[in-house]
Design a binder for this molecule. Sequence first.
Ligand SMILES: [Zn+2]
Length: 462
Amino acid sequence: MEQPSAFDKVRKRIGAFRMKGASREQIRARQNQRLQDHLEFVVRESRFYKHLYADVERPITDLRSLPPVTKSQLMEHFDSVVTDTAVEYADVEAFTSETATIGQRFLGRYPVWLTSGTTGEPGAFLQDEWSLLATDSVGDRWSAPAFIDGEMIKRLVTHNARTAEIAVGGGHFAAASGVELFRRENQFLRDRMRLVSPDRPLSEIVQELDEFQPAILVGYSTVLMELEREQRVGRLNLTPAFIVPSGEPITETQKDRLRRTFDCIVREVYGATEFYSIGVECDHGNLHANTDWIVLEPVDADYQPVEFGEPSETVLLTNLANRIQPIVRYDLGDSITMYEERCPCGSAFPVIEVEGRQGDILHFETVSGEQIPIFPLPLTSVVEEVPGVHRSQLVKTAPETVSVRLEIEDDADEAAVWDRVNSALVAFFDTHEVRDLTVELAAEPPARDPTSGKYRHVWSDV
Ligand SMILES: [Zn+2]
């Protein structure tokens, strides 16, 4: 496949910016045209998809006639999914098992990123130039206008455009590997980008950031909130222009706190290794799905579409840019809500909310013997709304046991806080008619997932 020329790169960027003002019909038309081109390519060049769609009527006019795919399917059939015969999984595995290759391109051509495996199974995803270009331009079109503000430009210049990304280092994960790739390939960014790994004591992170003084701070929402507290009590002194929470869910309240404490622009990005800029926050505080370069289908557990305004069980992602490792109707696992209403910013790109990334949905038996799902977001809120709770994690350790890892505020009384958490949880489960349940305090404090480095709020060990 042809690489984008310098001209293509400028053209795509301008095109992405101009789409912001497009009507809903224009966006849909652009999406449709790219989808048709993409599907034509995919059934021609990917043996896996050709086989998977063998019984689907041609020409393919409705995306929904195609069977969804999962990460384990794409990994199992890796060699026949990819569209470059020089790419083999065994070599990708060897490449990503070394740390010396972080930030290098596989076969000198394709950045390859591993997914963290918070859902239990790791994945490897190759990017091509078109995909990198698409994710970049759709990200920039939402955030670049914010820099028209004089004060923000001043900060950007004062801090020499330095960017700190908070993400786990030492592996081929998208953030860490991406930072390293930019540093290797771009002279300007070499000393201006830095990866700050969160798996160290907070005091060390604070010290490093204080010395580095980033203009742009990107990273896990939970770490940003820790830094917000450090800044508020005076142990950290940053004046960034821009903060980008990513990789973990963040609430409106938390974003407001970041804005107030750091007195800067805050723009959330919702992305995945499979497409890095799925949704980007506009200047009205809404996440817009970039549906000119992706198709995003909120669906229920049977992969049937859910209504606008309803939270989905999972979401199917089609990446219209990446041709080396095509992703078509891919089960991303996140619960999102897509809205039909237009954003007050005027853009017709759909507004989405992401809810499901707090963790797993837990299943429990009610008094009448029915299995019911408990969603992670409300469960987490029950605990975190108790005064004195700094952060928490909930783990289902047995069919009828929930273990709570608790970290309390410095000035709170542990026994009293636990009493309130315990009663709040029992009352919450009671309203769901789940009563044969043991809620216990875990011996260990909340911790990041050792493999992915992400902070999960709720999961099941059963
Ligand atoms: Zn908007």
